[in-house]
Write a protein that binds this ligand. Structure first.
Ligand code: KDG
Length: 309
């Protein structure tokens, strides 16, 4: 059976119950999140086992993350508990200043997750996995985490990577230099025009593909929002248009898109099928608060797609 490993920092998310500035929000709803955990969740929902390599604190939130992930079918055997550093948390501000958009405020400096290092990797398991996945977030949270992610990518049989540049974690220059290097080890790249502008100075989908393929990328998933998602794969260019829905909170949508796409492709599904399911999955995620609870399995995504056609 195919198997994916993801490396990254899971966190507790405190999502604003009401829209507006965080200073005016009185109630927060707790969720379990983190880009790579979200990716794993999408993979598991699509029927491909996924293990998360991560560290959490020896605290209530750390155990909450482990129990939640385990309960949802993610393999947590490579999540370590760190007794010296706390589990990271972040808050999601919604609908302000731009309606239907969200922003994250992190409390993660010195967190357990950011201390992950090469010593925390089981290289044998990494070499056995069909795909190793990580994101620009893991590259940004600490030098140790970046080294760990780069080492895992070099050892992997195949890699997928989401650029996920978070400018509240690092500067555009640091992101550009680091990600240009990292992408040399990437087979399937998921990104968008904003990140591509930072990394390669281009935005147009075809220019983006020629830039990333010159770095070694084989498959490019290029998310342009509601206009659609382009996939460049095996000499073909496919456009999957977005589905119009009411947006509650877009946080996590990109991770469900990448997790669904990569796992369905790994299962041998046609690329059109994989990207339509991936966009359906991301669309459902934006309709609720929380990053991953609503990620559909294949059957539910199929129903969604039929309804929208
Ligand atoms: O993509 C969603 C993530 O941004 C969210 O879950 C939190 O991992 C996170 C991060 O570092 O922003």
């Amino acid at each position: 059976m195919k198997k994916i490993i993801a490396i990254g920092e899971p966190m507790v998310e405190l999502n604003a119950f009401t829209q507006g500035r965080l200073r005016d929000v009185n109630y927060f709803e707790k969720h379990i999140a983190g880009a790579e955990l979200n990716f794993c969740m999408a993979s598991v929902r699509s029927g491909v086992p996924c293990s998360l390599i991560a560290k959490v604190g020896n605290d209530e939130f750390g155990y909450n993350i482990i129990e939640y992930a385990r309960g949802k079918g993610i393999d947590v055997s490579m999540i370590k508990v760190d007794t010296e550093h706390p589990t990271a948390i972040f808050f999601v501000q919604r609908g302000f200043p731009i309606p239907m958009r969200s922003s994250s405020v992190y409390y993660r400096k010195g967190s357990a997750g950011s201390t992950i290092s090469v010593n925390d990797l089981d290289l044998e398991k990494i070499r056995e996995a069909d795909i190793v996945h990580t994101t620009g977030i893991t590259m940004a949270i600490s030098d140790y985490a970046r080294e760990a992610a780069l080492t895992a990518m070099k050892e992997a049989r195949m890699t997928s990577f989401d650029t996920n540049i978070r400018l509240n974690l690092w500067s555009p220059e640091k992101a550009r230099d680091t990600l240009r290097e990292a992408i040399k080890n990437v087979d399937i790249l998921v990104t968008d025009p904003d990140d591509t502008q930072i990394i390669g100075g281009v935005k147009d989908p075809d220019e983006a593909f020629s830039f990333f393929s010159s770095l070694g990328v084989k498959t490019l998933v290029y998310k342009t929002g509601i206009e659609g998602t382009f996939v460049f794969h095996e000499g073909r260019k496919i456009l999957q248009r977005g589905f119009h829905v009411q947006v509650e909170d877009p946080t996590g949508a990109g991770d469900s898109l990448s997790g669904t796409f990569v796992s369905l492709l790994l299962k041998g599904k046609p690329v059109e099928y994989a990207i339509s399911h991936a966009v359906a999955s991301a669309t459902l995620v934006v309709t609720v608060r929380g990053d991953n609870e609503i990620i559909p399995d294949e059957e539910s995504a199929e129903k969604f797609i039929k309804e929208f056609k």
